[in-house]
Design a protein around this ligand. Structure first.
Ligand SMILES: Cc1cc2nc3c(=O)[nH]c(=O)nc-3n(C[C@H](O)[C@H](O)[C@H](O)COP(=O)(O)OP(=O)(O)OC[C@H]3O[C@@H](n4cnc5c(N)ncnc54)[C@H](O)[C@@H]3O)c2cc1C
Ligand code: SF4
Length: 448
């Protein structure tokens, strides 16, 4: 009996092995084909929704270098922006890219670079060199004002700009400060910390409160961030790359205290002039002179408005600080990007008992990551929010909104209107202080 079994095994093992390998091959091919089909469907979908054309910053994949390993697909934290199609990585929904750059870091073949704009669709940006210096010698731009969003990028760029700005300072120049940093968001904080480490005479000025855009995030907002390389602190990692607004601000405040950061809040930068070797900077608290200036002002200073009569009513607002202030209200949120979708999520929490309408201009969400889309669609299923696509506000009234949906005018009861239509880039202002604005047609990101 045993030697019969042994005989069967020893003579037929190769058949079993072959069978197993063939099944594995068939399973693998089927799996690849089904992934391919999904990717193809998503690509067609993106073309139909006009999400296939990158809007601003996005990865560019060189198909001649791509080995088809898919490392980039797995690396992107925003969801399915890149997928494998015909064994090559392809951008599926580039319009969702916010510039994490994780795909670029993950690619073992150096097949990816981050670029601004495309050959056919230019993107306007202030002209800066690899050290974040503008065409005006001694004037730097770092953080979101330079075209790249995200806290981590702002911290990195503020650091690099300040490292360069603090080099070659000329002694004997009658300026109050060696370096003046404008804006106390992540870029400004990071730049200020470098200045403190280098023991330069510096000042950070901020028109509002320390913290930048993060200060205006909704209470308890979950902020997503890969490790930050904060000057003085070193690499700072958050659990699962997530941190609450409050924890992040508390870290900021701790670092500010440790570094004894020279910071003047509620001091607004108004204008500047270069006079010889120094900048004369006009602020709401008087004129400040400095050898070098780092602009870390972000882009949220001027939110894009709807341009409608009655927009100045107190019920119309452009950010959400404390969702708990709004209970049992009729609320409309304009915006299909992450900011609008997150605002609707906070306001539609069941405990608040609000009636929430999310008004999305196009037929689908716009630059909104998969996680936020899943959450809001789930809330819609539970009846917590009503998502209105192809809808825009036509008129604002004290207790109502007139909205246009697929060409039809609908009257909505309304107590509060939240508008998240992006921000106006302060290019006219930058030009007025001498900074050149250039249009990028698919040029790689220099640094950051
Ligand atoms: C709703 C929302 C959610 C986001 N979520 C995330 C996230 O989860 N993860 C992530 O990494 N990024 C996120 N971001 C993006 C991130 O907040 C920004 O990219 C980052 O804050 C940019 O940093 P910054 O220092 O360049 O500018 P900011 O943080 O905008 O700081 C600029 C500072 O400059 C000040 N300032 C402007 N003009 C003047 C002036 N004239 N005088 C003096 N001061 C001035 C402003 O008051 C502000 O404090 C989000 C953004 C928004 C709007
Ligand atoms: S990681 Fe690089 S080689 Fe691998 S699929 Fe992505 S682009 Fe291609």
């Amino acid at each position: 009996m045993w030697h019969k079994i042994y005989y069967l095994i020893s003579h037929f093992t190769w058949i079993f092995g072959l069978g197993f390998l063939v099944s594995l091959g068939v399973w693998g091919t089927r799996k690849r084909t089904s992934h391919h089909k999904v990717a193809k469907r998503e690509w067609d979908d993106a073309v139909a929704k006009k999400m296939n054309e990158p809007i601003s910053l996005h990865p560019e994949i060189d198909p001649s270098l791509c080995g088809g390993c898919g490392a980039c697909v797995a690396a992107c934290p925003e969801g399915e922006i890149i997928k494998l199609l015909n064994h090559r990585a392809q951008l599926i929904e580039p319009a969702k890219c916010v510039g994490h750059g994780q795909c670029q870091a993950a690619c073992p073949f150096d097949a990816i670079q981050l670029v601004f704009g495309t050959k056919t669709r230019g993107m306007e940006l202030p002209k800066i060199d690899g050290n974040f210096q503008t065409n005006v010698p001694g004037m730097y731009i770092s953080g979101e004002l330079g075209g790249m969003g995200l806290i981590r990028n702002a911290v990195k760029q503020g650091k690099l700009a300040a490292e360069h700005a603090t080099k070659n300072l000329r002694p004997g120049i009658a300026a109050q400060f060696d370096v003046l940093v404008i804006g106390a968001g992540p870029a400004g904080l990071s730049a200020g910390l470098v200045c403190a480490m280098k023991k330069t005479k510096y000042m950070v000025i901020e028109q509002n409160k320390f913290g930048g855009t993060i200060y205006n995030f909704p209470k308890q907002k979950v902020v997503m961030s890969y490790p930050l390389d904060l000057p003085m602190v070193g690499s700072y990692k958050f659990k699962a790359n997530k941190v609450s607004k409050e924890e992040l601000l508390s870290l900021w405040h701790h670092v500010r205290k440790q570094a004894n950061l020279q910071l003047k809040e509620e001091c607004r930068f108004v204008n500047l002039q270069k006079k010889g070797d120094l900048f004369e900077v006009e602020t709401s608290s008087g004129t400040i002179t400095a050898q070098k200036v780092i602009l870390g002002m972000g882009v949220r200073g001027t939110p894009r408005k709807l341009g409608l009569p009655n927009e100045e009513l107190a019920k119309v607002t452009y950010n959400l600080l404390d969702p708990d202030q709004y209970q049992q209200k009729w609320v409309a949120v304009v915006g299909g990007g992450n900011a609008g979708v997150e605002c609707a999520q906070y306001l539609a929490k069941a405990s608040l008992k609000n009636k929430v309408f999310l008004l999305v201009r196009g037929p689908s969400f716009d630059r909104c990551n998969d996680e936020n889309q899943t959450i809001i669609l789930d809330m819609e299923k539970k009846g917590l929010v009503q998502i209105c696509y192809n809808t825009s506000v036509d008129a604002i009234e004290a207790d109502h909104l007139m909205v246009k949906r697929d060409g039809k005018i609908i009257r909505l009861q309304n107590d509060f209107l939240f508008v998240f239509a992006g921000a106006i880039m302060p290019f006219a202002f930058l030009k007025s202080i001498g900074v050149q604005i250039e249009t990028k047609y698919g040029e790689p990101v220099k640094a950051g």
